[in-house]
Design a binder for this molecule. Structure first.
Ligand SMILES: [Zn+2]
Length: 335
């Protein structure tokens, strides 16, 4: 009754021959017809639950598409793998998006990672259209490609049974927020350069830096603990995100991943990691001016100017903390 075949533990590398936008399954490289064989970047259950299918998405080249049209080529077999992860998240969040907290780190990483990678591939495909002039030329960015190549190796956990040896590829933060009746039920934002992706489902926000081996969560542990003491006002969530975005920007070491040699009968591929920190420090030094600029951008909806944020240049303005350094509670803004 033993299983007749062990799972295929071979990793696929679309970066080797730059097949990222080829008509091939994004997870295994099998040639497919992308018009018919694909998965949507945002899962059908997510689109249905939040009424997203026909909503517009603006991409970096300023073109627009809809959630429904944002797809990645995927063979039938890998569609099953993706569906299995999506089903776990759908079930955990069916009653309440706070159910995200019941999911293990690997499931959350794979779920967020698939959306993030799907957006990246779509951005890239558009950039290759010669008539469109992108704001950020992705294809020329070598460091970005090496990051995505590392990230994609562990994202293969969607298809290949994989075990991370004593590490988590990304940092994930889950926070309660009080959006209020006017706020949309669903929101997302991403930054390809720092590999930060965040989603908000109702009053629960999930923010991740997808390629930092959990380092950001480690250095932000106190801020994260404090942020979980009460539901945040959206202006506080924006500040927390500014810290994640800026923190991710400061990371100087890119994790690399190595699959262990596979022995006959192995059911799981074990991944090791290595942090290339030649400079001896994982993070570049914090700069209040640069952080304040990130904060200003995240605080755009509240129109708070840089000079206000930096009224005290040594202590940028905060809504997460009061002057005594204690977590602040904000119910309305302006207070
Ligand atoms: Zn496939």
């Amino acid at each position: 009754m033993a299983a007749s075949s062990s799972p295929d533990l071979t990793l696929y590398d679309p970066f080797e021959r730059m097949q990222l936008v080829a008509p091939a399954c994004f997870l295994c490289g099998t040639p497919v017809d992308p018009a018919h064989q694909h998965v949507t970047v945002f899962a059908p259950w997510l689109m249905q639950r939040y009424g997203l299918a026909d909503k517009e998405i603006r991409l970096l080249d300023q073109s627009t598409t809809t959630f429904r049209e944002l797809t990645i080529p995927c063979c039938e077999q890998c569609q099953q793998h993706v569906a299995a992860v999506e089903a776990r998240v759908e079930a955990a969040t069916a009653a309440d998006p706070a159910g995200l907290r019941q999911l293990d780190d690997q499931t959350l990483f794979l779920w967020l990672g698939k959306m993030f990678y799907g957006i990246f591939v779509n951005e890239l495909a558009r950039e290759l259209e010669p008539l469109i002039k992108p704001r950020y030329p992705l294809a020329e960015n070598r460091s970005l490609f090496s990051r995505f190549r590392s990230f994609f190796q562990v994202l293969q956990g969607l298809r290949v049974p994989m075990q991370f040896d004593d590490f988590t590829p990304g940092s994930v933060f889950i926070l309660d927020v009080n959006v209020g009746p006017e706020g949309p039920a669903f929101a997302y934002d991403d930054d390809l350069a720092t590999m930060v992706f965040s989603l908000r489902l109702g009053n629960v926000a999930i923010i991740s830096c997808l390629l930092d081996n959990d380092m950001l969560r480690h250095v932000m542990q106190r801020v994260y603990d404090d942020a979980r003491t009460r539901p945040l006002h959206p202006i506080q969530l924006a500040e927390f995100k500014a810290r994640v975005y800026y923190g991710a920007y400061l990371i100087s070491a890119i994790p690399e991943y190595f699959p262990r040699a596979v022995k006959p009968g192995d059911e799981v591929l074990v991944m090791d990691t290595f942090l290339d920190d030649v400079t001896g420090s994982v993070f570049n030094p914090w700069d209040n001016m640069a952080y304040a600029q990130t904060l200003e951008e995240l605080w755009l909806p509240w129109k708070i100017e840089l000079r206000t944020i930096l009224a005290d240049p040594r202590e940028p303005m905060s809504y997460l903390y009061d002057d005594a350094g204690q977590p602040r509670t904000i119910t309305t803004f302006p207070a």
